[in-house]
Design a protein around this ligand. Structure first.
Ligand SMILES: Nc1nc2c(ncn2[C@@H]2O[C@H](COP(=O)(O)OP(=O)(O)OP(=O)(O)O)[C@@H](O)[C@H]2O)c(=O)[nH]1
Ligand SMILES: [Mg+2]
Length: 460
């Protein structure tokens, strides 16, 4: 298979044009792209669930993928039960699950007992790392299997010793995401804040960094209204503090965290906010194809709360785009139209167009005022960028600003550079410039655009 076609397929399996799953099965069988490579590249759960039982069973039996990995990637429960025939549960017992509780020890153990790593496998892993298509969890598993050593990684890639040590110790909890029917109704008399965007655009990282900042500054007031959401928030924050970035959450249509956020300058004032992470692409798909989920979702979201709609534009997706047309802009515009269909725009108080991964901005001469790139420079760059590249979306937002008196803002955002998808290079709030700047910038905006209770009165 030619390299460009492979890259195009790996891009499309995340979303975009429809792909036939029998083609994907064939790519795996013929050794062009393995199933685990597809999963590491964000294979959409819809595709995964369309694979035949025979194909998935073979992949599990020949150990190209574990059941855990399939579940993480969004395989439906009913299918998992079918696939976990007796033979698989026996295997699991023998091995104590597919992943050892102590990866470092097992990695050492396996390097003693197994053959030296096959050079071709190690080389292809090095290429994947250098192409940025392998996650920390997948690399840790390859190290455990003895497919690549620390020395090979150090010599063949830009990974530092510190990052290699973090990969070996990498652990990320799995949180079962609830379906709409398991969530409590969205809390009334609050502001609903929607995070909307394509898979991997940075929604969860933005939410994780914002909630971590709120937690560190002592600004969070928990209400226990939605325990499942609290569990999700706790995991996002605990892992973010260790530099671990969330796994893809686009398996689910919606996630909901309820929180009261205190004003940094007036702690007694609390802003009740419903954080709603809506998988943009999936949302478009269910609305387009008239799925029953759309009705369920529209009933669930319908309320009188004021809204802040955060449209996430992934800068890196644009600059990284190769052969295939990958139209974030029209997708986001479609989301806006669908929200309008649901009657949500009429309650919108603010719209933020947030350009994420601002650490990747490619500044040209004249884009910066001083010697150093300031937040203001990034803000101006973000505005210029969406005006140029997202004209229709920008114009629609401008129109809403005028006709519906919606506050419209364009903001840059970054958590700083990531490595192996799930590791944040610098996660210390004392050294990371991004963590010092962007979460407070977004929080200040949110405080201005939401109402508060407490402090003796109910106010904007
Ligand atoms: N360089 C850089 N990479 C980022 C940044 N934010 C996120 N990323 C990378 O983008 C990946 C995807 O981010 P997520 O926050 O999981 O994206 P998402 O929009 O929640 O994706 P889904 O849950 O799949 O819908 C992360 O694993 C990081 O590797 C950023 O500010 N800078
Ligand atoms: Mg997410």
């Amino acid at each position: 298979m030619d390299k460009f076609l492979k890259r195009a397929v790996l891009k499309e399996i995340k979303g975009g044009v429809d792909i036939r799953t029998d083609d994907l099965e064939r790519y795996h069988r013929e050794g062009h792209i393995s199933l685990s490579e597809m999963i590491n590249n964000g294979l959409r759960s819809e595709y995964l669930n369309k694979f035949s039982d025979r194909f998935l069973k073979d992949a599990i039996t020949d150990k190209s993928v574990s059941v855990d990995t399939l579940v993480d990637a969004g395989l439906e429960n009913s299918r998992t039960e079918d696939l976990l025939g007796e033979s698989f549960s026996e295997d699991d017992e023998d091995e104590g699950g597919s992943i050892s509780p102590d990866p470092v020890a097992t990695a050492k153990e396996s390097s003693k007992t197994t053959e030296p790593p096959n050079k071709n496998v190690a080389q292809s892993l090095i290429e994947d790392i250098n192409d940025g298509v392998i996650s920390a969890a997948a690399l840790r598993d390859e190290m455990i299997r003895g497919n690549i050593t620390d020395a090979q990684l150090f010599a063949g890639t830009k990974l530092t010793r510190e990052i290699i040590a973090r990969v070996k110790n990498f652990s990320s909890q799995k949180i079962p995401m609830p379906s709409i029917s398991e969530l409590p109704p969205i809390l009334e008399n609050s502001t609903d804040m929607y995070f909307l965007g394509m898979p991997e655009s940075g929604k969860s990282c933005m939410l994780a960094s914002l909630l971590t900042h709120v937690d560190r500054e002592g600004l969070q007031d928990l209400t226990a209204y939605n325990p499942k959401g609290d569990q999700y928030r706790k995991q996002l924050v605990e892992e973010f503090k260790r530099g671990i970035l969330p796994n893809s959450t686009h398996v689910n249509l919606i996630n909901y965290i309820q929180l009261n956020v205190r004003e940094p300058q007036k702690l007694e004032k609390k802003h009740p906010i419903n954080f709603i992470d809506l998988a943009g692409e999936k949302f478009n798909k269910v609305s387009r194809e008239g799925f029953p989920e759309f009705k369920e979702l529209s009933n669930y979201l319908k309320n009188k709360n004021k809204k802040i709609l955060v449209f996430v534009v992934d800068y890196y997706r644009d600059i990284n785009k190769d052969l295939m047309v990958d139209d974030q802009g029209s997708n986001l515009l479609q989301v806006l139209t669908n929200l309008s269909k649901l009657g949500i725009i009429e309650h919108a108080e603010s719209i933020y167009l947030v350009v994420t991964k601002a650490d990747k901005f490619e500044f040209l001469e004249g884009d910066c005022e001083g010697d150093e790139i300031s937040v203001e420079d990034r803000q101006n760059f973000a505005i210029k960028y969406v005006k140029q590249e997202y004209k229709s979306l920008y114009n629609k937002c401008k129109e809403l600003e005028k006709t519906q008196h919606i506050n419209f803002r364009v903001l840059p955002y970054s958590i700083g550079p990531a490595v192996l998808k799930n590791l944040l290079k610098d996660f210390s709030p004392t050294t990371s410039d991004s963590l010092q700047k962007y979460p407070p910038l977004l929080l200040d905006r949110i405080i201005l655009d939401t109402f508060s209770t407490g402090g003796g009165f109910f106010s904007w």
